[in-house]
Design a protein around this ligand. Structure first.
Ligand code: CTP
Length: 408
C-alpha cells in the first residue's frame, strides 16, 4: 500500500522531519499546505513524534512513505543518506529541545538525526517547547551552536503554550513556516546578500512600558515594524541576530533569537548582558526616557485624588551607555524627530558619538508599512527614497554592513 518514491525528480522536494512534542499535531496542517503547493514531502518521524501523531496520518496527507527507522528502510535504495539527496531542504517542525540538543552534538542515532548530519541541503528547524526549556542556558547554547553551523531557525514565537503557560517557545503557525521556507529556500537573494555572515548583531525594537500602578503605565508609540524588519534583513544577510523586543504584536522574524522585555530597565539589562560578544548594535526601540520613581502596589483610585503629580526618574540611555561600556561595538542609532530632522539628528549623533544615525519624521512612521529616512554619518546627510519598511530594512543593513567593514 506504500507508494514508491518517483524516479522523476519533482520540482520541489522537502524532507519533513517531525520530532516529539504536542505541536506535532500542526505537522498535519503543514503537510497539507505543502502538498497543495505541489511540493513533494518525504516525512521522517522520530519515535517520540509517533506518540503525538500517527505515521498513518502523515502518509495519508503526503501520499508517500513515512520513514521512521534507521535500520529498516522499506526501499533499500532509500537509505538515510539517499533520502536527503536532491531534496531542497530538510525542515524539522516541531523541533523539540531534545532534538536540538542531539543535532548540536552531531548525533546520528535515529533516522532523522542521521539524515540531518549527512545532508547536503539547508536545514531549517521550527522549535516548539515550554518557555523554561527554551530559555534554559543549555538550549540557548545549542541554538547558538546550531546557528553558527548554518542551521536556520524559524521562530519560536511567543504566546499561549500547550502546557497552559504563556511565553516564548510556541511553534510558528504552519502558514508562517511554509512562507518562511519558501523565502529562505526558493528566494534567490539571501545568499547573495550575506554581507554580515557570522557577525553578532543586537537590535532593540518596539516601545518600552513603564508601570505607574498594576494597570497603568507610560509608553511610547512604536509598532516595532522597523526594528523587526531590520532583524529579519540582518539574519538574511548572514548575521546571528538577537532581537530585544518591547511589548509589540509582531511575529518573530526568521532565524532571529527574540528576547521579550517590558521596561527600559529590562531592555538595558538584556542589552548589556549580551554586549560583550556583539559586533553591531542597532537601537531602533523607542525607549522611555523617564520611568515613575515609585510604582504603586495597588491601582490608584480616581476619587482619592483630584490632582496627580507623577515623579519621574530618567532611564539609562542604552545606546549611549553601551558605547561607554563596550567601545568596540559598532553602534547605530535611530532618531524619531518631529522637526529640524537634520540639525537635531546630527546633534544627537555627535552627543552619542555614533558612526551612523538613521533619522525619520516621527509622526509619519508610526505603525505604517513604509517609511522615508535619511542616514547621518561622518560624511553628511544622505536621504533615501520612501519605500516599504521591509525593503528599506534590506537597504539599511547593506549600508550598515559597508560602514562596519570600513570602520577600521
Ligand atoms: N535610546 C536608548 N535608550 C534610551 C533612549 C534612547 O537606547 N533610554 C536610543 C534609541 O533606541 C535610539 C536613539 O537612542 O536609537 C535615539 O532615541 P530618541 O528617542 O530619538 O532620542 P533621545 O536620545 O531619547 O533624545 P530626545 O528624546 O531628546 O529626542
Amino acid at each position: 500500500m506504500m507508494m514508491q518514491v518517483s524516479s522523476a525528480a519533482p520540482a520541489k522536494r522537502i524532507v519533513f522531519g517531525i520530532s516529539g512534542g504536542i505541536a506535532a499535531y500542526k505537522a498535519a496542517e503543514l503537510a497539507r499546505l505543502w502538498v497543495k503547493k505541489a511540493i513533494t514531502i518525504d516525512v521522517v518521524m522520530t519515535a517520540a513524534a509517533c506518540r503525538f501523531i500517527t505515521p498513518l496520518t502523515m502518509h495519508a496527507l503526503s501520499g508517500r512513505p513515512v520513514w521512521q527507522d534507521l535500520w529498516h528502510a522499506p526501499d533499500s535504495s532509500m537509505n538515510h543518506i539517499a533520502l536527503s539527496r536532491g531534496a531542497d531542504a530538510i525542515v524539522v517542525a516541531p523541533a523539540s529541545a531534545n532534538f536540538l540538543a542531539r543535532l548540536a552534538q552531531g548525533r546520528a542515532d535515529d533516522l532523522l538525526s542521521a539524515l540531518c548530519l549527512a545532508r547536503e541541503c539547508p536545514l531549517l528547524v521550527a522549535p516548539a517547547m515550554n518557555t523554561q526549556m527554551w530559555r534554559n542556558p543549555a538550549t540557548q547554547r545549542n541554538v547558538s551552536l546550531l546557528r553558527s553551523d548554518g542551521v536556520f531557525f524559524l521562530g519560536p514565537d511567543s504566546g499561549e503554550l500547550a502546557c497552559g503557560e504563556t511565553g516564548e517557545g510556541r511553534m510558528l503557525t504552519p502558514e508562517n513556516i511554509a512562507a518562511a521556507v519558501e523565502r529562505i529556500i526558493w528566494s534567490p537573494d539571501h545568499e547573495k546578500s550575506a554581507t554580515l555572515k557570522g557577525r553578532n548583531v543586537l537590535i532593540t525594537a518596539g516601545p518600552t512600558f513603564e508601570a505607574i500602578d498594576p494597570v497603568r503605565g507610560l509608553t511610547n508609540r512604536s509598532s516595532g515594524k522597523m526594528g523587526f524588519a531590520l532583524a529579519e534583513a540582518a539574519a538574511l544577510a548572514g548575521a546571528n541576530v538577537t532581537l530585544i523586543a518591547g511589548p509589540v504584536h509582531q511575529p518573530t522574524p526568521l532565524n532571529v533569537m527574540r528576547v521579550n522585555v517590558i521596561s527600559a530597565s529590562d531592555m538595558a539589562d538584556a542589552v548589556f548582558a549580551r554586549a560583550k560578544g556583539t559586533d553591531i548594535f542597532i537601537g531602533v526601540a523607542a525607549v522611555a526616557d523617564y520611568t515613575p520613581t515609585h510604582v504603586a502596589d495597588h491601582k490608584l483610585k480616581k476619587n482619592e485624588i483630584n490632582h496627580l503629580d507623577l515623579a519621574l526618574t530618567a532611564t539609562v540611555d542604552i545606546l549611549d551607555e553601551l558605547g561607554r561600556r563596550t567601545p568596540h561595538v559598532f553602534r547605530v542609532g535611530f532618531a524619531a524627530e518631529t522637526q529640524n530632522i537634520r540639525q537635531f539628528g546630527e546633534e544627537k549623533r555627535r552627543r552619542k558619538q555614533l558612526p551612523m544615525l538613521i533619522v525619520n519624521q516621527a509622526q509619519e512612521a508610526f505603525g505604517a508599512d513604509d517609511n522615508e529616512v535619511a542616514i547621518l554619518d561622518d560624511h553628511g546627510f544622505h536621504a533615501l527614497p520612501r519605500m516599504a519598511k521591509t525593503t528599506l530594512a534590506k537597504c539599511l543593513i547593506q549600508e550598515i554592513a559597508q560602514r562596519f567593514e570600513q570602520k577600521d
